[in-house]
Design a protein around this ligand. Structure first.
Ligand code: GYE
Length: 332
């Protein structure tokens, strides 16, 4: 309320409110664009989630909800069902509701400037979590919390080049991409391509989106199996698509993990189980348990403290022979 009122008050008041806000803003941000530092009282966070497309997402949602509760932060949660327009609507609603902070995991990378500008003009700080946005204006968000998806793709590719180091080519790869235009799909594709580029024997013979879901992963793999007669490797951008594809491979009479090597990303329990059964060869971890760190960052940005522009999570790579030992301690 006070934040909004400041926008329409006299020039003198504007100047003083801008001064307070300047502690958190870089040079050049006008008073209307400034986030007013706030202290005390319960914090309300509007959280615009991508959807419920995967095991990773379910774990992420649970982590955010539990952490908000623990931190005493009131959470307004919205599920966009993997649609950008739903997320934009949710963010506009949060702005109308005058929440203290907006956190969201952008379904795709581009097309956010307008709504982020609206949040900024309303003085509401925005935290990007899990997925990044593609913008020229870094002042439209306070911080990003999540993974290095390029690195994940690279790790997947490096495992492959290592596994096939002493084998002749060609090595025919099919790729199941995540949601078209999303940061993890773009970056996991790029990182992987980078890692296999130096050796011409690795060939991506087909690459299509499976939208990060089991159903789509299965469907697209069925199509790959029909159109490609010689598939050595499946690279799936997440476990759910890999698990769906494994069903398709089995139904075609082939053995996943043996006839077709399977590389996946995330590290959900079901994927570890599939690894212990020999059906997935390697999983690159991507940590969804971001809730605790998100609430810490939210408290800081609402209080007007400076936070790092990018906070990355630590992750590992789990080849099949490490799966059984790791399975009991998997938390998602
Ligand atoms: O890998 C996938 C989910 O954005 C990192 O989204 C996340 C990805 C995750 O649907 O399973």
């Amino acid at each position: 309320m006070a934040r909004r009122a400041a926008l329409v008050l006299t020039a003198a008041l504007l100047a003083s409110s801008a001064l307070t806000a300047c502690s958190t803003e870089g040079p050049g941000s006008g008073p209307a664009a400034a986030t007013k530092a706030r202290s005390g009282g319960p914090i309300t966070m509007g959280f615009a989630q991508v959807g419920a497309e995967s095991g990773w997402r379910t774990a992420n949602t649970k982590s955010v909800q539990e952490a908000a509760k623990k931190a005493g932060i009131t959470l307004k949660f919205s599920d966009a069902q993997q649609k950008q327009e739903n997320q934009i609507k949710a963010i506009r609603t949060f702005i109308q509701q005058k929440v203290d902070v907006i956190a969201f995991s952008p379904v795709v990378e581009s097309g956010w400037d307008t709504v982020l500008k609206e949040a900024k003009d309303a003085g509401i700080p925005v935290i990007l979590t899990d997925r990044a946005v593609d913008t020229q204006d870094a002042s439209l968000y306070k911080t990003f919390l999540g993974s290095d998806f390029v690195k994940e793709g690279k790790s997947a590719g490096e495992w492959l080049t290592g596994a096939y180091a002493n084998q002749p080519g060609p090595v025919n790869i099919v790729e199941l991409q995540g949601t078209t235009g999303s940061a993890p799909a773009n970056d996991r594709k790029a990182g992987f391509a980078d890692a296999i580029r130096s050796d011409g024997k690795f060939k991506i013979v087909a690459s299509q989106t499976g939208d990060f879901t089991r159903a789509k992963g299965k469907e697209v793999m069925q199509a790959f199996l029909k159109s490609q007669k010689d598939i050595d490797v499946l690279y799936a951008h997440n476990d759910d698509m890999a698990l769906g594809a494994i069903q398709a491979i089995e139904e075609s009479g082939k053995k996943p993990g043996t006839d077709i090597k399977v590389i996946s990303v995330d590290g959900i329990k079901d994927a570890f189980v599939a690894m212990t059964q020999g059906k997935i060869n390697v999983v690159v971890e991507c940590n969804p348990m971001l809730g605790g760190q998100l609430m810490e960052l939210a408290k800081k940005v609402v209080a007007g403290e400076t936070v790092p522009k990018r906070v990355e999570t630590e992750e590992g790579v789990f080849p099949q022979d490490k799966a059984a030992a790791a399975l009991p301690s998997r938390t998602y």
